[in-house]
Design a protein around this ligand. Structure first.
Ligand code: AKG
Ligand code: FE2
Length: 258
């Protein structure tokens, strides 16, 4: 259980360095259940030539929230994670939802096996900017150990406040994590991954959470399957974007924050 004091420390570290690692956040049992569920998930048919540059490396399973309920609920029902995300991503002027409940949304949730050539340097936030107000947070759950020998992530500390797109630099730091560790990081952080020509699995779940007004990667609320719809609670409805849809015109709704 993460105490309030350490929760403050986690947020301070995240804001200052751009990332924080929570070791052994999930037990071995939970991780093996997550991996088993992920490896059964399949992508729908993807149009040829439509795979974006950065997804051409390794293997990516899209829309994990719709295919892997155990994984989704392990994340969405973690009080520690929810408290951290509320504190970083909530819009404090979103008065229709209580401040300690999420008003942020899920931008995307993928499973990724970083195999083969490493990813080139990039940021996940589309634009760099300097502000204490973060727009997008990534959460990586390592399902396998992620080490130098199997293509771990490399980041430049504090680069989330550089106001620059990712550059080649000598200052990349290896982020080695063990299976079960959780990495919380600012999407403005410059990052890349090492080559993994050993072809040793490096599966992880990468969830991207954003402020409610940012366009998610997919129409998550529209594609959510019936079983998931039955299971989700009010917070999860918000997170999955049911309250952030774009009204057709003023006859549908004027208040965007509902
Ligand atoms: O595999 C990783 O650790 C990072 C992946 C990544 O940067 C991305 O998918 O944008
Ligand atoms: Fe990335």
């Amino acid at each position: 259980m993460v105490k309030l004091v350490s929760q403050k420390k986690i947020i301070t570290k995240l804001k200052s360095n751009g990332y924080v690692i929570l070791p052994s956040f999930f037990s071995k049992k939970i991780i093996s259940k997550m991996k088993e569920e992920l490896l059964l998930a399949k992508n729908k048919k993807i149009k040829k030539n439509s795979v974006p540059r950065l997804n051409q490396y390794g293997t990516v399973i899209y829309n994990v929230q719709n295919k892997c309920p155990f994984i989704f609920f392990s994340i969405s029902r973690s009080k520690v994670l929810t408290d951290i995300l509320c504190s970083i991503l909530n819009d404090k002027y979103y008065k229709q939802i209580k401040p300690n409940e999420p008003n942020y949304i899920l931008r995307g949730m993928i499973g990724r096996n970083g195999i083969g050539k490493g990813l080139p340097q990039h940021i996940d936030s589309f634009i760099p900017y300097i502000s204490d107000h973060c727009f997008i947070i990534n959460i990586t759950i390592s399902l396998d150990d992620s080490l130098k020998s199997n293509g771990c992530l490399e980041i430049v500390k504090k680069s989330h406040l550089s106001n620059k797109y990712a550059e080649k630099s000598k200052n990349y730091t290896h982020i080695e994590t063990k299976s079960g560790d959780l990495l919380i990081w600012d999407s403005r952080l410059w990052h890349k991954t090492k080559d993994n020509f050993n072809l040793k699995d490096r599966w992880s779940i990468i969830s991207s959470f954003s402020r409610w007004w940012i366009k998610p990667n997919f129409q998550i609320w529209k594609t959510l399957n019936k079983q998931m719809k039955k299971k989700i609670n009010n917070h999860e409805k918000t997170i999955l974007g049911f309250r952030s849809t774009i009204p057709l015109d003023e006859s549908e709704k004027i208040d965007l924050k509902t």
